[in-house]
Design a protein around this ligand. Structure first.
Ligand SMILES: NC(=O)c1ccc[n+]([C@@H]2O[C@H](COP(=O)([O-])OP(=O)(O)OC[C@H]3O[C@@H](n4cnc5c(N)ncnc54)[C@H](O)[C@@H]3O)[C@@H](O)[C@H]2O)c1
Length: 336
């Protein structure tokens, strides 16, 4: 099957493309490369032996979407394109609603016109209200969106639920990612953010590589075992595999599936740093700083639904996530 992967040159999208190839599917990438390096298609070719078809442009561009659906026989869409920095969404909400909500509307409009109704959507744990008990469980959870970014994801989920309620042809999987880290074991693709990283693992890697002098841990007085925030880190390759399982599920089921993709295991900020140091042998200088506004002490996924419904279970250990992230970082920063 030809699968359109919007944002397919990005961190998660590129890993999904690699898995699609491994499973005999053909990824078709639509990406504006606003947050992706131009050599990703070449790297994917090196990794998979298959040069992906790439359309460079904006997912909000109706004419481009029309062209893509007319040119390639698309069987399903995986929509990862979007903006993802929580802090930036607070200072520039317009950018986030424009990109993430308008992007989804343009895409689903084009899909319906071209008779494609199968969609896997990159949602996020940030759709859960922090008032929910942990682990966050699909079903009766309170959904609130903890930031403008989270609310764009929640609005997108509502749009997709409303579309499916209006037209029984829609088959939609809302995949609520927890904290994807790591990289393909080849070291060819990984998380390579432009500028100062917003996420912990790329920051750790840049400090380990000497690109930045030290890491600041935001607060060690939270009500957690070691006082630092706890998150549910999942290897990006496990996460990508979940998309293939979601496509298989949608081939047999109409309607909307909402499901968490995580490991169900909380890991603290200090725990991740210490595991990285032990697994890679690289020093990571860090200091404890004040709490960061908006950080929640701890959240992690309930994973039973993913296992029961999709047969999904994350396989990789935190050590493996650290080693794979570091292999990619070493390749990216060169000669370390
Ligand atoms: N990385 C995470 O921690 C995380 C967690 C939960 C959910 N998500 C969601 O997963 C998706 C992928 O995240 P990622 O970490 O791979 O981010 P990323 O920035 O690496 O990838 C997104 C890709 O989309 C492209 N893009 C952005 N806006 C576009 C537009 N309007 N048209 C076409 N292409 C566009 C970018 O160039 C980039 O290649 C996002 O929707 C994000 O919100 C990510």
């Amino acid at each position: 099957m030809n699968v359109l992967v919007t944002g397919g040159a990005g961190y998660i999208g590129s890993h999904i493309c690699a898995q699609l190839c491994a499973c005999g599917h053909t990824p078709v990438i639509l990406d504006d490369f606003s947050n992706a390096k131009p050599d990703i298609p070449a790297r994917l070719q090196q990794l998979t032996g298959q040069r992906p078809v790439v359309y460079r442009g904006d997912v909000r561009d109706a004419a481009l979407l029309d062209h893509v659906f007319a040119a390639a026989e698309i069987g399903a869409v995986i929509h990862t394109a979007g903006k993802k920095a929580v802090g930036e969404s607070v200072t520039d909400p317009q950018l986030y609603y424009e990109n993430n909500v308008h992007g989804l509307l343009a895409l689903t409009k084009a899909m319906a016109v071209h008779g494609v109704f199968t969609l896997v959507f990159s949602s996020s744990a940030t759709v859960y209200s922090e008032t929910n008990p942990v682990p966050y469980r699909e079903g009766n959870a309170v959904l609130a969106g903890t930031s403008p970014y989270g609310r764009t994801k929640l609005i997108a989920e509502w749009i997709l639920k409303d579309l499916a309620a209006a037209d029984a042809r829609w088959r939609v999987a809302l995949l609520r990612y927890f904290n994807p880290i790591g990289a393909d074991p080849s070291g060819l693709i990984g998380d390579d953010p432009a500028g100062v990283p917003n996420n912990l693992m790329p920051y750790i890697c840049q400090v380990a590589a000497g690109v930045r002098p030290e890491l600041t841990v935001f607060g060690n007085d939270y009500p957690t075992a070691d006082g630092t925030c706890e998150r549910d880190y999942i290897h990006v390759s496990d996460l990508a595999a979940g998309h293939i399982q979601a496509l298989e599920y949608l081939a047999a089921h109409a309607g909307v599936l909402e499901v968490n993709l995580g490991t169900g295991q909380p890991v603290s900020v200090l725990g991740l740093i210490e595991t990285f140091i032990k697994a890679t042998g690289q020093p990571v200088p860090y200091r404890i700083g004040p709490r960061r506004a908006g950080d929640i002490p701890a959240y992690y996924a309930a994973v039973e639904k993913a296992k029961t419904v999709l047969g999904f279970e994350a396989a990789c250990s935190v050590e493996q996530m650290c080693c794979d992230a570091w292999r990619f970082a070493k390749n990216s920063y060169g000669g370390i």
